[in-house]
Design a binder for this molecule. Structure first.
Ligand code: LLP
Length: 428
């Protein structure tokens, strides 16, 4: 479900046409739909409602302060992985007791900042980190809470190897067979109350099955720990819930919940969920304009003003984002968002950016209607791991972000200027 629709042959985000957005703020630009974000959050919350979970939106997927504010007002909590993300959530005015902090490399500074902020939970990834957290909490005279991130050694064969984290040989968490020794060593710590378990399987996980397998394993662990006298109050099952990059490709929140909720009901556990992508991915398009078209050998290239610097997922993970013109030709039907479907009169093209690297592509071998200079294209499902992974490579100022609410357009991050590129080099 999202609010990017063709009306009168023009793509609209809620009540505003893509053409008007491009006219007002230029291209490339990230365009977010508030109704879509909130709709996805509500659907997720409703699907898992029986567990009364804490839903921590994964800030790494989409971190704009205005978006965090919007989700915070809707009741969302937050999953962070850095001091920078903590600062963003604080700037959004969110109560810090709604923050869970994961990450394998938390520095002393970041830990101190999170202790000062009074966050809900530290998701601890190894023994050395626990000892450091205890030392810093002691120094601050604070009492904090921690979950042990356990590596359940299950994975989804469809998940890209760069984003599969739940396997044994990763840098994340501690192996399941070390978990009991961890509780044995640290559960009586003076400054850190260790009473929770955290997992995150990877991202995206295209089926509920890996969750079911991992949750079963962890419930066994929790039961065992409880029998051994350790108090376990909380189970954070992480994120990774897939989003529809193409139509009807991913399980819905309801599909995941149908398998997961029955396993966790009545277990006397506070459940935390950390969705990012399922809430954010389809809540934005990246709007871009064709600069040139050209041929190279047998290939047709559509060269656009967005690039891998704006959306790096195709280059890094081979991710396929649906791409389509924002204006439909006379009488042409609105596209179903399926890359493999034929387009009447379609031409096979590579949609590429202007960065000086062959790896700079946004879509390859795509059938698109004939395109020319100045045409506008929408790159769909760009809301998660889109803007947050953008860079200034090739000295390209980062794109602006706009939020659409009904008929209202609000710029929530301005386009960077050339001065923004080098200001930190001049005030040294
Ligand atoms: N919790 C933890 C501990 C995580 O590491 C992640 C994502 C999430 C939650 C949220 O996962 P989500 O629900 O958004 O799938 N840049 C890659 C994705 C990297 C995800 C890293 N961790 C991409 O563009 O696909």
């Amino acid at each position: 479900m999202d609010y990017f629709e063709y009306k009168n042959a023009l793509l609209h985000c809620e009540g505003v046409s893509a053409g008007d957005i491009a006219d007002q703020v230029g291209t490339p630009v990230y365009v977010y739909s508030a109704a879509t974000l909130l709709g996805h959050y509500t659907a997720f919350a409703e699907a898992f409602a029986a567990l009364e979970p804490v839903i921590c939106f994964s800030v790494k997927s989409l971190a704009n302060v205005h978006i965090l504010k919007l989700l915070g007002r809707a009741g969302c909590s937050f999953d962070i992985v850095s001091g920078g993300e903590l600062a963003r959530v604080r700037t959004a005015g969110v109560d810090c007791s709604r923050i869970a902090f994961a990450g394998v490399a938390k520095t002393d500074r970041e830990i101190r900042e999170a202790i000062d902020a009074g966050i809900m939970l530290f998701n601890v990834e190894c023994e050395a980190e626990f000892e450091n957290l205890s030392r810093l909490a002691g120094e601050a005279g604070a009492q904090v809470r921690a979950a042990l991130r356990v590596n359940p050694d299950v994975y989804d064969p469809q998940t890209h190897r760069y984003t599969a984290t739940g396997k044994k040989e990763t840098k994340f968490g501690v192996d399941l067979d070390r978990a009991e020794a961890f509780f044995e060593a640290y559960s009586r710590d003076q400054h850190v109350r260790l009473d929770a378990v955290h997992i995150h399987l990877g991202s995206p996980i295209y089926s509920p099955d890996p969750y079911v397998r991992a949750i079963r394993k962890i419930l066994e662990l929790i039961e065992h720990l409880r029998t051994s006298g350790y108090e376990i109050t909380t189970f954070d099952i992480g994120g990774g819930f897939a989003a529809d990059y193409e139509q009807a490709q991913a399980p819905t929140a309801g599909d995941y919940a149908a398998q997961i909720v029955p396993l966790l009901e009545g277990k006397d556990l506070k459940i935390i969920l950390e969705p990012g992508r399922q809430i954010a991915a389809n809540a934005a398009i990246l709007l871009t304009r064709v600069v040139y078209t050209k041929q190279g050998g047998e290939k047709n290239f559509v060269i656009v003003d967005a690039a891998m610097t704006d959306l790096i997922r195709p280059s890094v993970y081979g991710a396929e984002h649906f791409i389509y013109p924002v204006s439909l030709r006379d009488g042409a039907p609105a596209p179903q968002r399926r890359i493999d479907l034929a387009v009447d009169g379609g031409v096979k093209v590579d949609v590429v950016g202007g960065v000086c690297e062959p790896a700079d592509f946004l879509g390859r071998d795509r059938l698109l209607p004939p395109l020319g200079r100045g045409d506008l294209l929408a790159i769909f499902s760009a809301g998660a791991y889109g803007f947050v992974m953008s860079s200034q490579y090739n000295a390209r100022p980062r794109a602006p972000e706009v939020l659409i609410e009904g008929d209202t357009l609000k710029v929530i991050r301005r386009r960077e200027t050339y001065e923004d590129l080098f200001a930190p080099e001049l005030d040294v």
